[in-house]
Design a protein around this ligand. Structure first.
Ligand code: SF4
Length: 198
């Protein structure tokens, strides 16, 4: 059994997604907790995921390209060693391995922040169940399709680096630069606090 590291600040897998999207979101959550409003996107995303849960329970594995598989919904995963935890939407247990599936209410393509989050889940699955997780899926709800994602060595390195950068930001309590993609600020629940952006 892995030895817990008491010095590691505990983070959530979701932090990886948020940090890649905009580091300030994670800053506001940990360093300067502020009230935030649930946006339409957040509420709509939750109900769409509930509907997908129901559909997935009745489906086969063809859309994942897997020969077989058993679905585990909303799996709580944690690692003391990595100081990381999170609840995965869907874990597929197949004769060919374990596959994390993250549901996204996102139009367009899979984004880099989705990859970081998926990789975080892969780390936790490997620690909980053993073996190596080589692939996962981002399920794009509006397009009703499961996009395969290779969990490459580079993605693993980048994800571990992101965890360390988040811890460093929290430790130093240093407000990070805003995202370079200003369009992301439009729907952001923290926009009232980013006076330098608007
Ligand atoms: S408003 Fe923009 S810069 Fe500020 S936290 Fe949100 S996404 Fe980041």
């Amino acid at each position: 059994m892995a030895t817990p590291n008491p010095l590691k600040l505990k983070l959530r897998v979701n932090d990886l997604k948020q940090y890649e999207y905009c580091p300030r979101v994670v800053y506001y959550q940990y360093v300067m907790p502020v009230e935030r409003k649930a946006t339409f996107k957040m509420e709509h995303g939750r109900s769409a995921e509930d509907r997908l849960d129901e559909l997935e329970r009745r489906r086969g594995m063809r859309r994942y390209g897997l020969p077989d598989g058993r679905r585990h919904f909303h799996v709580w995963l944690t690692s003391d060693r990595l100081g990381l935890s999170g609840k995965l939407d869907l874990l597929i247990e197949s004769s060919t391995g374990w596959y994390p599936v993250d549901f996204k209410e996102t139009t367009g393509a899979v984004r880099s922040n989705h990859l970081f989050q998926l990789c975080g889940y892969a780390f936790l699955i490997e620690e909980a169940y053993g073996g190596s997780v080589s692939q996962g899926f981002i399920y794009l709800i509006p397009g009703d399709r499961a996009e395969p994602v290779a969990l490459t060595d580079q993605l693993r390195i980048d994800t571990l680096n992101a965890l360390e950068k988040i811890r460093e930001m929290i430790r130093l309590q240093r407000v990070p630069e805003p995202t370079e993609v200003q369009a992301r600020c439009t729907d952001c629940e923290y926009r009232n606090y980013c006076g330098d952006v608007f």
